[in-house]
Design a protein around this ligand. Sequence first.
Ligand SMILES: NC(=O)c1ccc[n+]([C@@H]2O[C@H](COP(=O)([O-])OP(=O)(O)OC[C@H]3O[C@@H](n4cnc5c(N)ncnc54)[C@H](O)[C@@H]3O)[C@@H](O)[C@H]2O)c1
Length: 477
Amino acid sequence: MAGAGFGVTGFPHLVQGMGHGVRANSLIQLAVVGLGNKGGAHIKDLFEEPGARVVAICDPDRARLEENEALFKERGREVGCYTDYQELLSDERIDGVVIASPNHWHALMGIWACQAGKDVYLEKPVTHDIWEGRQLLKAARTYKRVVQAGTQNRSDDGFRAAAEYIRAGKLGRILWVHGIWYQKRESLGRVAGPQAIPSSVDYDLWTGPAPLEPLRRSRLHYDWHWDWSTGNGDFGNLGMHQLDDCVWILRKTGLPHRFFSGGGRVSWDDDGETPNTQWAVFDFGDVPMMVEVRNLPHKRGVDYMDSLRGVRRGNVIHCEGGTFIGGRFGGRIFDASGKRLEQFPGDGGATHMANWLQAVRSRDASTLRAEIEDGIGSARLCHLANTAFRSGYGMTQKEWMAQAEFHAAVEAAGRSFGEHLARNGMDPTQRAVSFSPWMHFDEEKSVYDGGDVSVNLIANALVRRYYREPFVVPELV
Ligand SMILES: NC(=O)c1ccc[n+]([C@@H]2O[C@H](COP(=O)([O-])OP(=O)(O)OC[C@H]3O[C@@H](n4cnc5c(N)ncnc54)[C@H](O)[C@@H]3O)[C@@H](O)[C@H]2O)c1
């Protein structure tokens, strides 16, 4: 804990009481914000959560509001329905908000909630850019709120047991870690021009801090992940879990000495912007950490995906005395000969929300498994990687592999990355994918420095976004 280096000191273990007079044994009253895949799942889970009650829901899409309101009616329950998040925040019944809106809204919603005296469960990535992290942390600390990041693998009982085993030194030193999520996705295709916004959606509220531009893809919901103004690509989506797992295992709260990232939206010519294949290397000096996402199949024309040591989503944590393979839902430890030493069955992080609710009740934020400072730290590494990709330039495989030569495991991962791309049609001799050179981010000054000046120039413009009035992350929280 601590050390995200934002100059916000004094982690408040015991934070201020719930804003609206909730007593230690009464129901915690919640609002769920953003009613898509994840918000819907949170509502269903919270129906089963003793001690908490969802009293309000919020989404600028009235159709989604009505669908979800119906779930409450089926149970004979009333729920307050809001399209405007700021109106919801003035609802005095609400003690805490569970935020599952698109990423570009996360930090602002989190900050406003803290200012309104609500506790927050905030989906990953908890920020959309680096600057937001500082402001969100200041808000959590200033208003003494209990804020949990939605990186639930930290609550997986199997992964936790494995982490304890590794941290106890039973496998010796950690030598390198590699988090992967290989999940097939399809190209979005191309639309001919601006698309109609569904009539049920208040697009101004949906867009919030992002530029209010015509929709240039077929689907508004979910596919915002692939547009830099609203999402963070699959690296900030599925990759975010693996990145957080690796950081948590390594107990890294600060920044790497140097990092690079590369990839591309390979073999698709469509309306999406973000890479469908991306690899990032973070060099912490003592140990390299790699995170990788692949959306393309093993090779052109097949349906199945690659795997790494038998997994398609998970982490390989390589130690002196053996290797852990797994993450969410636990995993296994093997010795150097491949013999299984231990098995840790997991629960998928099922108690992550309950962990937040307990801390909301006790006011002891130190018991949170993904306290917001940790969530901000992991999101920041995701932004470093995405910024590296976006500020990079075309490199041949030989050129980007030269950067991997400092470590055998990184070199092997780079080779595998190149082979995967080649099987999907990339010519390794062409500058077909974009890579950054090694980069460095100065935590105190909040600037990319050293290395390639022109790359840093592009990167520094991405530290803080332009906010559309009145949806502005405040300078002073
Ligand atoms: N922790 C996990 O395992 C996990 C899994 C899936 C998604 N997520 C996260 O949850 C978030 C939502 O993902 P999703 O797949 O449900 O996306 P989605 O597009 O299906 O849903 C997002 C919803 O937010 C709504 N929204 C937009 N602006 C809003 C506003 N101003 N106020 C309230 N609601 C607003 C949208 O209308 C939409 O209904 C993402 O940040 C994603 O990273 C986390």
